[in-house]
Design a protein around this ligand. Sequence first.
Ligand code: GDP
Length: 194
Amino acid sequence: MKVTDSEFVISAVSEKQYPNDDLPEFALAGRSNVGKSSLINTIVNRRKLARTSQQPGKTQTLNFYKVNNLLYLVDVPGYGYAKVSKKQREKFGEMIQDYLETRADLKGLVLLVDARHDPTKDDISMFEYAQYLDIPILVVATKMDKLKKMEASQIKQKIGKSLNLKRKNVSFLPFSSVAKLNVDKFWDWIEAHE
Ligand code: GDP
């Protein structure tokens, strides 16, 4: 898919604020600093549609981005951020949970994991939760440009040790915002699940 139009629509804190034009939605989740804002900017070919920062955990709302007037990318708050209070974290959790469990427009979850590290406990929980809810999952390994060739060639096996990539409705994609690696393949997966 060629992106010709992308816009930020809303930072929603409650269901009332979610868009109601019934377009397919794809949630993007991952721990803070995994490269989610960078991925969003890269796939829509904009420098600053989603904010990127060195300071993790800033996004505390569900951010809806409309692409080509055809679908929404939904930036889900990064998990595993130490500086928000436990109460706040529980609140985000509830909002994400409600969204993932009840949103009819939700067609898939993109789970971002850092290619350099083993998936965290939070990554595994999110993966298993989405599996349980029967949501199609695309596991994206970010920052592939940081890996050596040998490591890069083994990334699927490495991530597959923690996340069962062989399960039904699970796909895997190595990605890099810096190298713009696999942008087309990202959209291929989205289009196949719209
Ligand atoms: P977010 O918190 O998940 O939205 O993460 P960001 O997109 O803000 O990225 C966190 C940090 O990782 C920033 O310093 C980015 O420049 C860096 N980063 C993101 N994507 C890549 C990538 O593909 N390659 C490299 N080398 N760095 C990246």
